[in-house]
Design a protein around this ligand. Sequence first.
Ligand code: MG
Length: 267
Amino acid sequence: MAIIKKSPDEIEKIAASGRVLARCHRLMRSKARPGVTTGDLDAAAERFIRSQGAEPVFKGYRGFPGSICASPNSMVVHGIPGSYELKRGDILSVDIGVQLDGWVADAAVTLPIGPISAVATGLLASTREALFEAVEQCRPDNRLGDVCAAVQRRVEADGYSVIRSLVGHGVGRDMHEDPQIPNFGRPGSGPELEEGMVLAIEPMVNAGSHEVRMGNDDWAVYSRDGSLAAHFEHTVAITSNGPRILSPWHEGEEGSLSAAEGAAVRA
Ligand code: MG
């Protein structure tokens, strides 16, 4: 395993990609309403990303047809956007990868569509919190296992299950670099974290059992028991000062696009 460390300049490039990505997530949040299809969201995301001079990295990746992954309800990840129409009470996981100037940022959010059930609310809160607790562990001299264990601890304390067969990853020039980052593990185990590493940390959590199954399209992954699933992801750089989130979709969550961004999207 070779973890490719990034220079400060390279981290700034990933941050620039991450800013486009964060704005794209804000756009998705503003558009994800009952009656909208996942195909509509995909088209809007692609238009926005390209309007920023960037590229949607998922599109064409191993033949994936979409610019985003859009995974409703019991679908965990890798949903192909299409005719599925959102309805009140759904949850929708949206995963987006952006490449700008040759550098990739990757992030995911699970969105509530209108009012959602108590189970769904708890699942989203726990998965999101697990992500931020894992990000806190992204410091020089910690080990990768500290990051993995932080996710598992939060999720299991809340009574949900981390999916074993899907992992986070290093990110940089390529969307998937070493190391693999499971959402479970032992504190103090695994490679030491060092300044310059950039990690895509992505808790994927089922409300029921941790088992998953593949969909008929050979892309979508579902919870095996049909329980709801959530997915939150950030691209994070390890700096001498600790973690730096490079895909800040959580900032300004109340706000929407600036007038200029809105114009770019409508153009
Ligand atoms: Mg990822």
